[in-house]
Design a protein around this ligand. Structure first.
Ligand code: SF4
Length: 322
């Protein structure tokens, strides 16, 4: 028996980009052989620079884009094989997504009450009074008054709209929520409120989260484990404490060195990465970080590093460790 809710195995996602000068489309390797488990009840964060593939990974798990190969098991069922309408409906009852932009993710022509009722009307046979009860419960849980249900999205602030989007994500009682940069479009003063709300909802509804963010301060506060992603690959994985107290991969160390610390004694010297970031159409051989790594060795340019484990929960891919 495993306590994994989701198991991603060797997942690959590619895109075709614009044609090159010879008229051939170029292939972008956005996700390259990602293998990752998400345990029931945890918040697993994916961190990395913009363009590293973290949002593509989220969309692949949500079945919003197709994957080239690999498996994504949700409770032992490979969701990449789901095609039938009823199976898809079942899938979207269990898995929901919160998007970055609360301005574009809510239909401006619908009142909030309609937005929240719609998934229940489509996916269940509940009576009107039962639907009303669920809608009122979910809007209250996200900190908004019931009177909000009679208003349109444009009548709310960005933070309030994100609360509505969160209420909608909860309406079908999902088990698993994918949150893709859910606070990065909000004012800093509002971000903490939304992060605390997500934390509370996770406890109240026993949720599991895949949390995508470029902001390591937010990730440190919210997540149980962190996967660091670079050019479509997970290059380090560990519990939040392990990653923040003892990062191993040179890329992770560079990322963490830019996180501001409240206590200046804990501040790390800022590591500025030099060297070129390879384009995803033309990934380098060997370790993909070798063009920017201050510790690069000959072997790094030829061979791909395998995983080294530092504890049952912490590992990284780097030749410095084996
Ligand atoms: Fe740097 Fe080599 Fe480790 Fe890659 S494998 S991170 S290039 S030392």
């Amino acid at each position: 028996m495993t306590n994994n809710l989701v198991e991603i195995k060797n997942l690959e996602v590619i895109y075709e980009s614009k044609k090159n000068i010879f008229g051939n489309p170029q292939i972008i390797h956005a996700v390259n052989g990602v293998t990752l488990d998400i345990k029931k009840g945890e918040i697993l964060a994916i961190a990395g620079e913009s363009g590293c593939g973290k949002s593509t990974l989220a969309k692949a798990v949500m079945k919003l884009i197709s994957s080239k190969s690999g498996e994504i098991l949700l409770e032992d069922k490979n969701i990449l094989e789901i095609t039938g309408r009823e199976e898809l409906k079942d899938f979207y009852k269990k898995v929901q997504m919160i998007f970055q932009n609360p301005y574009s993710s809510l239909n401006p022509k619908m009142k909030i009450g309609q937005i929240l009722r719609e998934p229940l009307e489509i996916n269940t046979k509940l009576k009107k009074e039962e639907i009303d009860k669920i809608v009122e419960e979910k809007i209250s849980k996200t900190g908004l008054d019931k009177s909000s249900l009679n208003l349109y999205p444009h009548e709310f602030s960005g933070g309030q709209r994100q609360r509505i989007a969160i209420a909608r994500s909860l309406i079908l009682n999902p088990e698993f929520i994918i949150a893709d940069e859910p606070v990065s479009a909000l004012d800093v003063s509002i971000q903490a409120q939304i992060i605390n709300l997500l934390k509370q909802l996770k406890e109240d509804y026993n949720l599991t989260f895949l949390f995508i963010s470029h902001d390591l301060s937010v990730i440190k506060y919210l997540s149980d484990r962190i996967a660091i992603m670079y050019l479509g690959e997970i290059i380090e994985l560990g519990n939040t404490d392990e990653i923040f107290k003892d990062p191993k991969h040179p890329y992770t160390k560079a990322l963490l060195s830019s996180v501001p610390e409240l206590n200046p004694q804990n501040s790390k010297e800022h590591i500025k990465l030099t060297g070129e970031l390879p384009s995803p159409e033309n990934l380098p051989q060997g370790c993909k970080f070798h063009t920017r790594c201050p510790f690069v060795m000959d072997i790094c340019k030829k061979e791909h590093p395998q995983e080294t484990a530092f504890s049952p929960t912490h590992n990284c891919k780097c030749f410095l460790y084996g």
